[in-house]
Design a protein around this ligand. Structure first.
Ligand code: BDR
Ligand code: CA
Length: 312
């Protein structure tokens, strides 16, 4: 099984992704490292503990970065994920204790413990990964790779015309993470906004797994409501599960490599621009790190993988 650390800001689609990882026999979750994002970091950490308790998982949960690398405290996405981050479903918060380490320290400790074995899966803003790189400059050599939900390479953004939320929330941290010398694969809106999930799918997830699928179905009602404001159909998007699906079955995705940059310019803050690998358009591009970008996904097989995995 793939050893992973799941860096997260739960969040409705984070919850769906976390349960998916717990359910998969191909994934071993060494810990949940939390960060601000959809909700403030204290709530993010508490929510992660609550999800572990619901799923009967006794793994470390850490609290991490609570502010962007540069600039003031963020605004949060309660209008997408509810006051509680779970669509206002009145779930009782776990009383479990956090691991005392910071998220960044935990990442470094685990990478040293299992050199070359861990994939960092980041499904929130990238402050913890950026800080871990500062704590341990050799981190890129110590991990197997990085898979993130974030960015929008060839499609519009969801916070601004050009920026996706996770990258926009901490663009300076994202720039550090993208530029580091590790194998980074990006699952951005290019693929995550391409696969809508209907209320029927949510119901089916509950039928497969009453407890965990039931939680997701219940909390995603608010999420569907949010997405329906700007569309004629009733659907939602499970952005955060995609990098995990890739680890389980890479054949679901079409991946392209390219030179990537994250903008920290106020106007297009958080824009992820990708030029084809080896582009000769400008020597500046060749200096930008090479990353992998998911550009297409097999919708039907992805939906089936979610259902089958929740059913286990
Ligand atoms: C990303 O932003 C958050 O709202 C979601 O949890 C996901 O990680 C989508 O842009
Ligand atoms: Ca998230």
């Amino acid at each position: 099984a793939h050893k992973i650390i799941l860096d997260t800001d739960p969040g409705i689609d984070d919850a769906m992704a976390i349960f998916f990882a717990f359910q998969s026999p191909d994934i071993e979750v060494l810990g949940l490292t939390t960060v601000f994002g959809n909700v403030p970091v204290d709530m993010s950490a508490r929510n992660a503990l609550t999800l572990c308790e619901l799923a009967d998982q006794d793994i470390p949960v850490t609290k991490g970065v609570g502010m962007p690398w540069v600039g003031p405290e963020s605004t949060y996405a309660h209008f997408v994920h509810g006051d509680d981050g779970f669509g206002n479903i009145n779930v009782e918060s776990s009383k479990r204790e956090l691991d005392p380490r910071s998220s960044a320290q935990f990442i470094v400790d685990m990478a040293r413990k299992y050199p070359g074995e861990i994939t960092l899966v980041a499904i929130g803003p990238l402050g913890n990964l950026a800080l871990a790189l500062r704590l341990e400059p050799e981190l890129p050599k110590l991990v197997k790779g990085v898979a993130i939900m974030g960015g929008a390479a060839f499609v519009p953004g969801n916070v601004t015309p050009v920026a996706e939320a996770n990258i926009w929330n901490d663009a300076h941290a994202a720039e550090i993470v993208f530029a580091a010398d590790w194998e980074l694969t990006m699952f951005g809106l290019d693929v995550t906004n391409a696969v809508p999930f209907t209320p029927d799918f949510l119901k089916e997830l509950e039928n497969k797994n009453e407890k965990l699928g039931g939680f997701v179905n219940k909390s995603a009602q608010f999420y569907v409501e949010f997405y329906s404001q700007n569309r004629d159909d009733r659907v939602c998007f499970f952005h955060d599960a995609m990098p995990l699906a890739y680890l389980i079955d890479p054949s679901l995705f079409k991946i392209q490599s390219g030179h990537a940059r994250v903008s920290t310019d106020p106007l297009n803050k958080g824009q992820t621009t990708v030029a084809p690998a080896g582009t000769t358009a400008s020597p500046l591009w060749l200096e930008a790190a090479t990353i992998n970008v998911a550009v297409d996904v097999d919708h039907d097989r992805l939906r089936q993988l979610y259902l089958d995995t929740y059913a286990k």
